[in-house]
Design a protein around this ligand. Structure first.
Ligand code: DX5
Ligand code: ZN
Length: 210
């Protein structure tokens, strides 16, 4: 199980320290939520922040782009040190072209919102490294896990089959939800408020992985 803390819930006044602490506490990847105030109602961070925290730790950076026109902006995040660039299927009219472009530069993930059906990514499943199922409406940390997503996760696992594609779930993940998702064969758990809102990062990460 790969545990990827989402820094959206970290203390941004000491972001470098937070990233270091969470990696020392056992985080496998760092999940970075990029929001533009258009694709989602919130605005978060840009490539310069990714570049700064890249100097602090060596673990893979999983950059989740919740932005319009990802084709215009993804490269800045690759250059800043992203290992995975995840784009939303809903954010582009040319998903296949976008994936093909990113693939030449970086590992590529595709995310789908809670209301977006799995069939929207069926035709690109052979071309991606990661499939991210959103279990909350993207935009904010600390929301409640949408239980009906579990069915979608089961179907996604089936769709992936023996392909080398990570199945990742993002939004409202806590220890209770993690147990269910582990049983469903999810590979990557993204968790923001559960980890950064806890007193003990190591214990929180251990409980997610258990
Ligand atoms: C939501 C983001 C998530 C979020 C998860 O739009 O993509 O990564 O930070 O936060 P929690 O775990 O608090 O739901
Ligand atoms: Zn995310």
């Amino acid at each position: 199980m790969i545990v990827a803390p989402s820094i959206l819930s970290a203390d941004f006044a000491k972001l470098g320290e937070e990233v270091k602490d969470v990696v020392e506490a056992g985080a496998d990847w760092i999940h970075i939520d990029v929001m533009d105030g258009k694709f989602v109602p919130n605005i978060t961070i840009g490539a310069c922040v990714v570049k700064s925290i890249r100097k602090v730790v060596d673990v893979p950076f999983d950059v989740h782009l919740m932005i319009e026109e990802p084709e215009k902006h993804y490269r800045a995040f690759v250059e800043a040190g992203a290992d995975y660039i995840t784009v939303h299927a809903e954010a582009t009219h040319s998903l296949y072209r976008l994936i093909s472009k990113i693939r030449g530069e970086c590992k590529v993930g595709v995310a789908i919102n809670p209301a977006t059906p799995l069939c929207s990514v069926e035709n690109v499943i052979d071309d991606i490294d990661l499939l991210l199922i959103m279990s909350v409406e993207p935009g904010f940390g600390g929301q409640k896990f949408i239980e009906s997503i579990i069915k979608k996760v089961e179907k996604a696992k089936e769709m992936i089959g023996s392909r080398k594609v990570y199945l990742s779930v993002d939004g409202g993940v806590n220890d209770r939800v993690a147990k269910i998702l582990r049983e469903k064969g999810v590979d990557v758990l993204v968790a923001g408020s559960y980890i950064f809102g806890s007193e003990d990062y190591r214990e929180a990460i251990r409980k997610l992985r258990k």
